[in-house]
Ligand binder design. Structure first.
Ligand code: NAD
Length: 364
């Protein structure tokens, strides 16, 4: 009984989601039914490439198709309505991160999914990176002792805000687009929530290119277990940087240290048909050696595992499991709110130029 699934938003990341779902079709886990996108060329490209039905209006898709689940891959600030509408159709939902760029919107989305009794998962794929999972295991076993402090950075090449999604870069920020991955990851690793935030950012490079967005957002976050973690989220690395993303986390506790370079996984390449050297991360995505084969190892890596896991969870529900059975096994809406609230406090601090406290009693 494959999960009947559709995608809303077929841009850059929607294409990745469609690729992963196509692999799930080959393994018999999913039936990829349709895609919706408001941009005619984007829609047409997805329809041709994946040979599925396409809709310019996702409402029509939700009305007409018989679906079990949808993946919402619209821009950061446009997740809310699609999630509410999918919940109204009683569909399980995988929403791209961040769940919402406003706290109230996020809680509204969670309430809609709860009322409809559907699964609402958020695609925080960093939790699926085997190195991060190993670090979590070590922390749970107490091998780092009490976590005291740490540092994180996640940085994209400038083509991401300047070319990839230039049209909405000014309505997101490096904190919303990149930082949220690690605000979520750190809370998940530490099993702690933020209580105090101080942030500072600069607008120079992108502003000089006519894009009104922060170049970087740097923040110190204090957690309810006393740990303090600094985060640098930026998207202005020069074109010549050898990978599209640069990222690292290090955590230091009373009894140990964990350090993961999640960009340089040891694969440096240099080819005559491409200028410069590249550092690639096959842990994130690894293509099959025999394309479109049912028998080769499928498209894999942590950016695929998170999507595949959602399909598997929706499959369990289809076969009779209940939501409570799945609790704790995936990034759910409520957990996703930690990243949204961290990021919102970071932006409040950017604007106010001072410390922002998050009242522990305010979590729902
Ligand atoms: N998990 C990850 O690592 C990861 C990586 C990149 C992007 N993302 C997330 O994926 C989402 C999309 O990012 P992207 O880079 O693909 O952006 P994009 O701009 O390339 O694509 C967004 C698409 O949504 C479409 N769209 C907008 N409103 C729509 C609507 N009402 N109905 C249907 N389609 C609509 C647009 O036409 C566009 O094609 C963002 O939330 C982003 O943060 C996640």
């Amino acid at each position: 009984m494959p999960v009947r699934i559709a995608v809303i938003g077929a841009g850059v990341y929607g294409t990745h989601v469609l690729n992963v779902l196509s692999a799930a079709v080959r393994s018999g886990e999913a039936d990829l039914v349709a895609v919706a996108d408001i941009a005619p060329q984007t829609l047409e490209r997805a329809v041709q490439r994946f040979q599925i039905r396409g809709y310019a209006n996702y409402h029509e898709m939700l009305e007409r198709e018989s679906l079990d689940a949808v993946v919402v891959v619209t821009p950061d600030h446009l997740h809310r309505q699609a999630v509410l509408d999918a919940a109204a159709h009683r569909l399980h939902i995988l929403c791209q991160k961040p769940i919402a760029t406003r706290t109230e919107e996020g809680y509204e989305m969670i309430a809609a999914a709860q009322d409809a009794g559907v699964l609402l998962a958020v695609d925080f794929h960093k939790r699926y990176d085997p190195a991060h999972r190993e670090l979590k295991r070590s922390i749970r076993q107490g091998r780092l002792g009490q976590i005291l402090y740490g540092d994180v950075y996640m940085e994209d090449r400038i083509e991401v805000p300047a070319v990839w999604f230039k049209s909405w870069a000014d309505r997101s920020s490096p904190a919303w687009f990149l930082g949220t991955h690690f605000y979520d990851l750190v809370s998940w690793l530490l099993e702690a929530r933020p209580v105090r935030v101080f942030a500072h950012g600069n607008k120079r490079k992108l502003l000089s290119m006519g894009i009104d967005s922060y170049d970087h957002v740097s923040a110190a976050v204090v957690y309810d277990n006393g740990a303090v973690i600094t985060f640098h989220a930026s998207w202005i690395l020069p074109d010549g940087f050898p990978s599209i993303v640069n990222q690292q986390i290090r955590l230091i506790g009373t009894e140990g240290i964990g350090e993961i370079d999640s960009q340089d996984r040891g694969f440096l390449s240099c080819f005559a048909d491409q200028p410069g050297c590249q550092v690639s991360n096959p842990f994130a995505k690894s293509e099959p050696l025999i394309p479109d084969s049912r028998f080769d190892l499928p498209l894999s890596g942590y950016t695929c595992d998170s999507i595949r896991h959602f399909v598997q969870l929706a499959g369990h529900l289809k076969r009779g499991a209940v939501l409570a059975d799945l609790a704790g096994s995936y990034p759910d809406g409520s957990e996703a709110m930690i990243a949204t609230r961290t990021c919102e406090a970071i932006h409040d601090s950017l604007q106010a130029g001072r410390l922002i406290d998050i009242d522990p009693a305010s979590w729902r």
